[in-house]
Ligand binder design. Structure first.
Ligand code: V47
Length: 620
């Protein structure tokens, strides 16, 4: 892909981006320095498309700032007050719960840190929300608050998190990171914990299966180098844990902080550059959030074409930014968010706290399995009238059951479950013998797995049934399955772990710590049945209409034809983030059969028959 760069110094950076190479601090500075804003936006939009296709996520959420009384006195904060202040407030659990309604899917709780609240009061808030609104996920307490609880209530950070998790906490917000620079910390928030403490809490959370968000407070006294250093530190931490969901650049609202004149907000250009640069620098972050509360609706709308794929949500009511003079509204209606996202040419995807899609507010949406093995279908896919939603197999099945997609490359089990509303097309993802990316990492041989606990990736719909079948009918053992947490690389505490897709491919190549034996499920099937295994099939909604169907068929056919013989180039672009050599990716892709022929259909029928016998429709 080529753009007409006005600033040709961007060309080498663009080449790196296209090859999936990581950008350096110097690249980041060059991106900030460029006057060619439009090219910067196009590059970031390209990176965004690689990650999230045409999707922009939002959530029906409610912010709760339970109190503004705070023992800290950070210079940039206009929200916090001292106890006894005329504007001080403290909410009871009942007052907090009264702000919620059943349609809210995420509640975001963060606030001041008063000296006199007992630990039980915080637990009570989380527990009560969780029990009264079980479908509402609780995202609560920044690393600063967790550290405060740790010190005040004399409990290790892990114990604080464990008790909150038991009470119902699902994820943590990204606040309190500010800027990791020690220079800025000493000048603006010297009572806060700093980078080491902030990362300590987030990494502890990730190890415990609590994904978290991250922020950067920009537009005050920090330098561009300090912003970029902040991003690089986050990128390194993400390499280590994989537990960050999104990055949120927070535009500083000067208010009466005295740090900047009252109305000197960050410029729209700086906001857009920061969104774009963060998308390009944070190559291992799934999402970048355009937080409209601090950016304004207008800038957030444009940001959706500058690398952001996350609009936060309806918010409900917000004080931290508004006390510091934010000019955005206090809340946005769902319809308004949907309109903004549609106007940006994207798919409004209503999500849960983990970014699982709940509802797709657009038609002509095609589900894309975001794994390397499906790339021959999508690499050269001319979108035409379609919009692409990358979505893991099991979640795609859930959307199909609700008739939310026009078409998709469905996991085989999901195709069967939704057969009545789908038409099968002529393509699939089938193995010849081995697959290399549906792997059981184990500490026990097959026969010894009886009664053991197997952690199973949250993403699978078909491989889990294949594993069940192999255990029951090939090896005559029965194990207990537990779903692994989406998005957090915690594989400890199981006797074996089933992974699929790129995660499995990566660990097949690089090993999975703690597990010595590796089984390839397609190879197991082949050895047993002497048949290929069909993991996924293309299907189109029956109600999509013949024109749509033929447009889709033409696009798939063309992409397959264009990519044939070019698997090494695909490996160059997409293998790097997985630390896989292009030749390895080439060999991997050559192991698949993408056409649904008679042999594949026969294998499908055999699997269907056996799977129905072993586990009549059980889904865990
Ligand atoms: O940590 C304080 C910032 C943060 C000001 O995780 C200010 O999804 C601008 O973290 N101007 C809290 N910012 C908000 C936050 C957040 C917001 C939205 C979504 C998520 C998420 C997290 O607000 C604080 C601080 O960095 N802040 N004062 C100010 N005057």
């Amino acid at each position: 892909m080529t753009f007409n760069f006005r600033d040709t110094s961007l060309v080498p950076i663009w080449e790196k981006i296209q090859k999936g190479e990581r950008l350096s601090m110097a690249d980041g500075l060059a991106l900030y320095a460029t006057p060619d804003l439009i090219s910067l936006g196009k590059m970031a939009n390209f990176a965004q498309q690689q990650k999230s296709g045409d999707a922009v996520y939002f959530v029906l959420n409610q912010k709760i700032e339970h109190t503004n009384i705070c023992v800290l006195s950070c210079k940039f904060c206009d929200f916090a007050v001292k106890k006894g202040d005329a504007s001080a407030y403290e909410m009871t659990t009942d007052e907090i719960v009264s702000k919620l309604t059943p349609e809210i899917t995420e509640v975001h709780i963060t606030g001041g840190m008063p000296a006199d609240w007992p630990w039980e009061r915080y637990l009570d808030i989380v527990r009560t929300i969780h029990s009264r609104y079980p479908a509402t996920d609780v995202k609560a307490f920044t690393a600063i608050e967790i550290d405060f609880f740790h010190k005040k209530f004399r409990m290790p950070v892990e114990e604080v998190l464990r008790q909150l998790k038991d009470a119902g906490l699902k994820t943590m917000p990204g606040g309190g990171a500010e800027v990791f620079s020690e220079r800025v910390r000493r000048r603006l928030f010297n009572q806060k914990i700093g980078a080491k403490g902030w990362f300590g809490v987030h990494k502890a959370a990730h190890r415990m299966g609590i994904p978290t968000n991250s922020t950067l407070l920009y537009g005050h006294i920090e330098t561009l180098e300090e912003r970029l250093d902040h991003m690089v530190q986050l990128r390194e931490a993400q390499d280590e844990t994989g537990g960050f969901l999104t990055f949120i650049p927070l535009a500083f609202q000067p208010g009466d902080t005295g740090i900047k004149p009252r109305n000197q907000f960050t410029s729209a250009i700086d906001d857009l550059k920061t969104i774009a640069v963060s998308r390009l620098m944070l190559d291992n972050f799934p999402h970048i959030k355009a937080y409209w509360v601090m950016l304004t609706e207008e800038v957030a709308s444009v940001a959706l074409n500058f690398g952001a794929d996350d609009m936060d949500g309806t918010v409900g009511e917000e004080r931290i930014a508004h006390d510091a003079g934010a000019i955005s509204p206090m809340k946005l209606a769902k319809d308004q968010i949907i309109r903004i996202i549609k106007d940006a040419g994207k798919i409004p995807v209503e999500r849960d706290v983990y970014y699982n899609p709940l509802k797709v507010h657009s038609d002509r949406v095609i589900g894309k399995i975001p794994y390397l093995n499906s790339l021959p279908f999508y690499h050269d896919f001319e979108k035409g009238p379609f919009r692409i939603l990358p979505i893991v197999p099991r979640r795609m099945g859930i959307l199909a059951a609700d008739n939310q997609l026009a078409a998709g490359l469905y996991s085989l089990m999901d195709y069967y479950r939704n057969e009545a509303s789908l038409d099968l097309l002529d393509w699939c993802i089938a193995t010849r013998d081995q697959v290399k990316s549906v792997m059981l990492f184990s500490n026990h041989g097959w026969a010894d797995l009886d009664g053991r606990i197997i952690g199973v990736t949250d993403e699978t719909a078909t491989s889990i049934q294949l594993l069940r079948l192999l255990l029951a009918n090939k090896y005559h053992v029965k194990a207990e399955f537990r779903r692994l947490h989406a998005g957090v690389n915690d594989y400890t505490g199981y006797d074996a772990v089933l992974l699929i897709g790129d995660q499995a491919l990566y660990h097949n190549r690089h090993g999975l710590e703690g597990y010595e034996i590796v089984y390839d499920l397609a190879a197991e099937w082949y050895e047993w049945k002497k048949m290929p295994f069909v993991f996924a099939v293309w299907a189109v909604a029956k109600n999509a209409g013949p024109e749509m169907r033929s447009a889709l068929e033409a696009a798939i056919r063309e992409s397959l034809a264009n990519t044939e013989g070019r698997y090494r180039a695909i490996g160059e672009l997409h293998g790097r983030t997985l630390r896989l050599h292009p030749e390895y990716v080439e060999e991997y892709l050559e192991g698949f059969n993408y056409t649904l022929g008679d042999r594949e259909k026969e294998a499908m029928r055999e699997f269907r028959k056996l799977a129905a016998e072993v586990n009549p429709g059980v889904v865990i």
